[in-house]
Design a protein around this ligand. Structure first.
Ligand SMILES: [Zn+2]
Length: 269
């Protein structure tokens, strides 16, 4: 059986409170041999580390999500520097910029609110890129409606820090701009959706050694589970569609994506 990694899961979310051991067992049975549980703030990052200590095939990324940036302390570098020392913390993440729901669009919101919100996001992102550069770890990047700003902020770190632009849904031109600065992309279950042709086109254009697979569970369950709770076992369905799109075998896709992940996350043993 071809084996794969789920490089982006949120196993600390309450969705898995009642049946996490079974979720992990189903992943193993489906050939998913490594799972990276991604932090979205300090508490979530600490929970991800606890899960990594509990399950041998689970690893952690620690970071502060841009959508939570307004709740972040002014300086988060100190606590993150401590967390990344853990042997199973393989990356900073998820970090980046998200302009999808700006506060200025809400009733009573103003352009000044948007500016303040974006400044805080950029500041928190910058601090985490600094910690990544200091500690030699790479980053799991979240961006939504903020591609140019996210890339521009990561670019000065090229050569020191690489990012994986997770849940990649941008076109082939933007994918090439990510690869140009030494970063990577990863694809979720959207690739299996009927309306996911734009993502499949980007998969077609992405070299086999420049992307990874992920679920972003509990979100984005692939077909035929679309709309249900997602879980790491479903990387299998994602891999089947990606192999079809890339015209390669499951074994080739397994070898390429696992090697890419092993290089990108050196602590992923
Ligand atoms: Zn995520």
């Amino acid at each position: 059986m071809a084996t794969f990694y789920d490089t982006h899961a949120h196993l600390d979310f309450p969705d898995y409170r009642d049946d996490l051991p079974e979720v992990i067992e189903r992943a193993r049975a489906a050939g998913i041999t490594r799972i990276i549980s991604i932090g979205t703030n300090l508490a979530s990052s600490q929970r991800a580390i606890k899960l990594a200590e509990r399950f041998p095939d689970v690893f952690a990324a620690v970071g502060w999500h841009p959508s939570d940036a307004h709740e972040a302390p002014d300086d988060i570098r100190g606590p993150l520097r401590e967390l990344v020392k853990h042997p199973k913390v393989v990356a900073l993440g998820e970090i980046g910029l998200d302009y999808h729901r700006l506060p200025g669009q809400k009733p009573g919101g103003s352009a000044a609110d948007d500016a303040r919100y974006k400044r805080k996001q950029a500041d928190i992102f910058q601090q985490q890129l600094e910690v990544a550069a200091e500690t030699g770890l790479n980053c799991v990047i979240h961006q939504r409606d903020s591609f140019d700003d996210t890339l521009a902020q990561l670019k000065p770190f090229a050569g020191k820090v690489r990012g994986v632009f997770h849940c990649f849904g941008e076109n082939a031109d933007r994918m090439r701009r990510v690869l140009e600065i030494g970063s990577l992309v990863s694809f979720t279950g959207i690739v299996t959706f009927k309306n996911g042709q734009n993502v499949r086109d980007t998969v077609t254009a992405t070299p086999l050694d420049k992307f990874m697979l992920e679920t972003d569970c509990p979100y984005l369950a692939p077909m035929p589970y679309r709309g249900k709770r997602c879980e790491p076992a479903y990387v299998k369905e994602i891999s089947e569609t990606v192999a079809l799109v890339k015209c390669c075998s499951a074994a080739e896709l397994s070898a390429a994506t696992c090697q890419t992940a092993a290089e990108f996350f050196p602590k992923l043993k």
